[in-house]
Design a protein around this ligand. Structure first.
Ligand SMILES: Cc1cc2nc3c(=O)[nH]c(=O)nc-3n(C[C@H](O)[C@H](O)[C@H](O)COP(=O)(O)OP(=O)(O)OC[C@H]3O[C@@H](n4cnc5c(N)ncnc54)[C@H](O)[C@@H]3O)c2cc1C
Ligand code: FES
Length: 284
């Protein structure tokens, strides 16, 4: 009995054991931001939902949660901003270097359930990977959704990653792209000065038949929620992707608790009514 228990404790589960990934390609998106294209040792395709994340492990240094941007030509895509101890050496890896990968973890956007609705994407800052991945999916499955509205805020025009892609989205049928720069003094063509939440006044969508998908700083999402209520968008139409300090990534360590939820396991994408009582409160 005791031996059984010990063997359970000592055998790392699939969730805890990283698989080996090899850096096959690396693309610089802007200063300090890179997309890594990873080949997995398994060789089989990698099943995931947009909005889920992987834990990327740099041997001897540590692990970080990173959203899944896509799966292209048998390679897994992660866009990483170098901010600290693990992400800086991660983006500095040379082609052919190996790292550990656990995942996919968490709940992604319920994109299938949202078919037929207008989709409104709201994101700010550089932490836009989960929303951008969902936009890619909606664009590739254009006929399944109503109008697409993309609201993106950054501090400076040049902070916007993947600018050509936003231009392409603007040219899609029935797609509105609104961009805001909060710390610019001079207005540029197609841009507005101010916060992303101010763009909601210009957005055209059916508030009674829409889904709003948001990620970014929580202060921005709280402001957007107030604006959405003014536009008669019901809480039930809103989904948020949250970030916390993750350790295990699968609901075992408690580091990412939000009220009764673990953000890593029950999120990072939440239906807003599910977390409304806790979202924005300090210390929960
Ligand atoms: C679900 C989820 C998905 C994420 N997806 C991406 C992604 O696609 N691309 C990406 O570049 N980053 C993503 N992040 C953020 C990324 O995990 C952190 O930037 C990373 O953990 C920082 O680790 P570090 O060791 O490099 O930095 P550290 O040395 O630990 O910290 C450096 C600085 O970054 C701040 N920081 C650390 N962790 C976070 C965090 N989670 N959020 C905000 N600030 C943080 C610290 O306060 C410190 O100021 C995601 C985080 C979560 C929770
Ligand atoms: S990171 Fe361990 S419970 Fe969420």
């Amino acid at each position: 009995m005791m031996t059984d228990l010990l063997s359970k404790l000592q055998t790392p589960t699939k969730l805890q054991t990283p698989i080996v990934a090899t850096l096959a390609e690396k693309q610089q998106e802007s200063p300090g931001i890179y997309t890594l294209h990873l080949a997995l040792e398994t060789n089989s395709s990698f099943d995931f939902a947009f909005g889920q994340f992987n834990m990327l492990y740099l041997f001897g240094l540590g692990e970080v949660p990173i959203s899944i941007m896509g799966w292209q030509h048998d390679l897994l895509l992660h866009t990483i901003r170098a901010v600290g101890r693990v992400t800086q050496p991660l983006v500095a890896l040379d082609i052919g270097a190996q790292l550990g990968l656990r995942g996919p973890f968490g709940q992604g956007w319920p994109l299938r359930q949202l078919e037929g609705l207008d989709l409104v994407f709201i994101t700010a800052g550089l932490g836009c990977a989960p929303v951008v991945a969902a936009i890619h999916y909606a664009v590739e499955n254009r006929s399944k959704y109503g109008r697409i509205v993309i609201l993106q805020g950054v501090k400076h025009h040049n902070d916007l990653l993947w600018q050509p892609q936003y231009e392409r989205w603007r040219d899609l049928g029935d797609c509105q792209v609104l961009l805001a720069a909060s710390e610019e003094k001079k207005r540029k063509y197609h841009w507005r000065l101010g916060m992303v939440t101010e763009l909601l006044a210009l957005a055209q969508f059916d508030s009674s038949h829409c889904a709003v998908l948001m990620c970014g700083p929580e202060i921005m999402m709280l402001a957007a929620l107030k604006q959405l209520a003014k536009h008669q968008v019901s809480d039930k139409s809103v989904y948020l992707s949250l970030e916390r300090n993750f350790q295990c990534g699968h609901g075992s360590c408690g580091h990412c608790q939000l009220g009764p939820y673990f953000v890593c396991k029950d999120g990072p994408v939440f239906h807003y009514p599910q977390i409304k009582s806790w979202f924005g409160l300090a210390g929960v």
